[in-house]
Design a binder for this molecule. Structure first.
Ligand code: 4NP
Length: 164
């Protein structure tokens, strides 16, 4: 099993969107018995809450149902995941300070590094204090990066996409 955890600040906007989009791609590819998907936040402010209504609404309008409940990323998560993917540089820095990060044998990276069209060090910008447009942008950026991530993991697993 390859295990992926998407991480933002609050775990109510960006990382639940990434989780929902990526899980949908995994399901469509018939790989849900080999790829497991989760999300977390570097902060605990919204632990126990469902995802932001704006994220859920944007995703629902595109046929994706976000069901995740906010939780904070913990040290032990480094032992549970192969990929820990941060939505932005601030959260990548925060993850690098979590005890155990320096022993993590998996991939600790920016999520958008899997989007070949993105610039180096590109963030999924925090939409929380902005308008609804920000949530549509987050969805689009997550979708592009999720496709690249799935291609990457498929190659790694020796299940490249048959026809493309
Ligand atoms: P997220 O968005 O990190 O994408 O879940 C945020 C959610 C909450 C806050 C900031 C960003 N907040 O400051 O409460």
């Amino acid at each position: 099993m390859t295990r992926v955890c998407f991480v933002c600040l609050g775990n109510i906007c960006r990382s639940p969107t990434a989780e929902g989009v990526f899980q949908d791609l995994v399901n469509q590819a018939g790989l849900n018995d080999v790829i497991a998907v989760d999300s977390a936040g570097t902060a605990a402010y919204h632990a126990g809450e469902q995802a932001d209504a704006r994220s859920r609404q944007e995703a629902a309008s595109r046929g994706i149902h976000i069901t995740s409940v906010g939780r904070q990323f913990h040290s032990a998560d480094f032992g549970r995941f192969d990929y820990v993917l941060a939505m932005d540089r601030a959260n990548l820095q925060a993850l690098r300070r979590v005890p155990g990060a320096d022993q993590f044998a998996g991939t600790l990276e920016l999520f958008r590094s899997f989007d070949a069209q993105s610039r180096p060090q590109a963030d999924v910008p925090d939409p929380y204090y902005g308008g609804v447009d920000g949530f549509a942008t987050v969805f689009d950026l997550c979708e592009a990066a999720a496709r690249g991530l799935l291609d990457h993991i498929r190659k790694d697993l020796g299940h490249p996409e048959p026809s493309r």
